[in-house]
Design a protein around this ligand. Structure first.
Ligand code: AMP
Length: 279
């Protein structure tokens, strides 16, 4: 695997004669790689000739300095995992390589930026779009691969790509879970054994909602999930919401197609998100 730390080196490599005409796929990550990330590399490898993974803990998308500081960075292990996954290129820039001084970035993401994760993490999606736009600009991939795990993030990036007219195909890949159902996440390393048990209730609430949803009113399904999650000691519920999957708007009464349930909660001090397609 080739490793590049500067945009210039990466661009030169990608525009070398033996790479011209290859279908390129980008998998942007913040590292601390797990099977969820590696599944994206696998999807990309099946669909592209050249797979580029980026590892960059992007400071502009963190609204909590402590969260940024304690974000895991096991880079040697990440490199080994990418080598085993047969990733072709790792882009591993320093912060100064991606940001120069006082940069301004503001994109109108409409209501996507003001609800759910957008509401609870002000500025988060501005930071996400800012860095993903930079990666798309340097790498100019034909395809970029993202996980359903960060469903709202996928919609946000799709919106940015449409607004800025960026010629890239975005591919959403399924959520990879531990055998007990916990969605894989780099933040799971922060869970104590007790927190990890508590965290399983997020997926449980989503599965219950999926079972109940065909025969129940949507507000009742939401209410039941919220009551269940609030009753779990050690779990702090942030939201459980059923939305239209394409826009994340509230569903219309009695319309039960194209819906998704999304949940965010803290198990101990670790913030987790998860979701499930209901129909
Ligand atoms: P992150 O490193 O957390 O920024 O995630 C990088 C990419 O991996 C994003 O597109 C995530 O949605 C995706 N991802 C994270 N966890 C999972 C998972 N459990 N299953 C599938 N994709 C995931």
């Amino acid at each position: 695997m080739e490793i590049f730390r500067t945009r210039k080196e990466l661009s030169e490599y990608l525009s070398a004669p033996n790479n011209i005409g290859k279908i390129t796929g980008l998998v942007p990550t913040m590292g601390a790689l797990h099977q969820g990330h590696l599944s994206l590399i696998e999807f990309a490898s099946k669909n592209c000739d050249l797979v580029i993974c980026s590892i960059f803990v992007n400071p502009t998308q963190f609204n909590d300095a402590r969260d940024l500081e304690k974000y895991p960075r096991p880079i040697a292990q990440d490199i080994a995992k990418l080598e085993s996954a047969k990733c072709d290129v790792l882009f591993l820039p320093e912060i100064t390589e991606m940001y120069s001084g006082d940069e301004k970035w503001l994109i109108d993401l409409g209501t996507l930026d003001q609800q759910l994760e957008g509401e609870l993490r002000p500025g988060h999606y501005q930071g996400v779009t800012q860095i993903v736009n930079k990666f798309l600009d340097v790498i100019k991939p034909h395809k970029a691969f993202f996980g359903q795990k960060d469903y709202q993030q996928f919609l946000v990036i799709l919106k940015m790509v449409q607004i800025l007219n960026i010629p890239v195909e975005l591919v959403m890949c399924p959520i990879i879970r531990e055998t007990d159902g916990l969605a894989m996440s780099s933040r799971n390393v922060h869970l104590s054994a007790d927190d990890r048990e508590i965290a399983l209730n997020l997926y449980k609430s989503l599965l219950n909602a999926k079972v109940e949803f065909p025969d129940a009113e949507i507000p009742d399904v939401e209410e039941q999930a919220k009551q269940f999650l609030k009753s779990v000691a050690g779990l702090t519920l942030e939201y459980f919401s059923i939305r239209k999957a394409d826009t994340l708007e509230f569903p219309e009464p009695c319309k039960k197609s194209g819906l998704i349930a999304l949940v965010a909660a803290k198990a101990g001090n670790t913030r987790l998100i998860d979701n499930i397609m209901l129909s």
